[in-house]
Design a protein around this ligand. Structure first.
Ligand SMILES: [Zn+2]
Length: 200
């Protein structure tokens, strides 16, 4: 059997809205930014994919001027927290290492697909050593906090692509941290299936 390099951290509170000096949007500490920073200091190049329905403003901010950490997010837009426009692509040395795919309310997989494939292409170009996932499930059609309409099938397609990308790029090294997700039934049923895709 191949070595399993995947992990999923079931964390509360979530983290991707937290900024360096303040918590916001249910988030106190930016868990994924802390992991990415630690990896970066150890000489790694982390690629972060944020699949929560909100933009990860905190994570984007942390690495906006950094060439050694890639951040990509799709999210409902315009929406809380207000950031996440397509024009936000990074600054200085970080130009081109930040990618936002804004989606209008009501969007599902058909509206996301093209942007999702772009995330994959950009990630390939960045060549990360490890893949980190801000795994939010509040874009699920049955989660009433947002107006994205992703189905179970869409989330499992996302899980499968992330798995493929991590195997192609970094020996299957992939770590997901739970972000949003406010329909407990969806979390209970979908998170184990999502993780199982990586264990197949
Ligand atoms: Zn969210």
């Amino acid at each position: 059997m191949e070595k399993d390099n995947s992990g999923f951290a079931v964390l509360r509170p979530p983290g991707h809205h937290a900024e360096a000096d303040r918590g916001m949007g249910f988030c106190l500490f930016n868990n994924i930014a802390l992991v990415a920073e630690k990896l970066s200091r150890a000489g790694q190049r982390p690629g972060i994919i944020d699949i929560d329905a909100h933009h990860g403003n905190g994570t984007q901010d942390f690495f906006y001027e950094r060439a050694d950490v890639f951040y990509a997010s799709f999210h409902q837009y315009p929406f809380f927290p207000g950031s996440g426009a397509a024009a936000e692509t990074g600054r200085g040395e970080g130009e081109g290492t930040n990618l936002n795919i804004p989606l209008i309310a009501g969007s599902g997989w058909p509206e996301l697909q093209e942007g999702w494939e772009k995330i994959g292409r950009k990630l390939m170009g960045f060549e990360p050593d490890v893949l980190l996932v801000s795994a939010g499930f509040d874009g699920h059609v049955e989660d009433s906090l947002t107006a994205l309409r992703l189905t179970d099938e869409a989330f499992l397609k996302i899980a499968s692509d992330l798995n493929e990308w991590s195997k192609q790029l970094c020996d299957g090294k992939i770590l997901a941290l739970l972000e949003g997700g406010y329909n407990l039934k969806v979390l209970r049923d979908l998170v184990p299936e999502f993780v199982a895709v990586w264990r197949e």
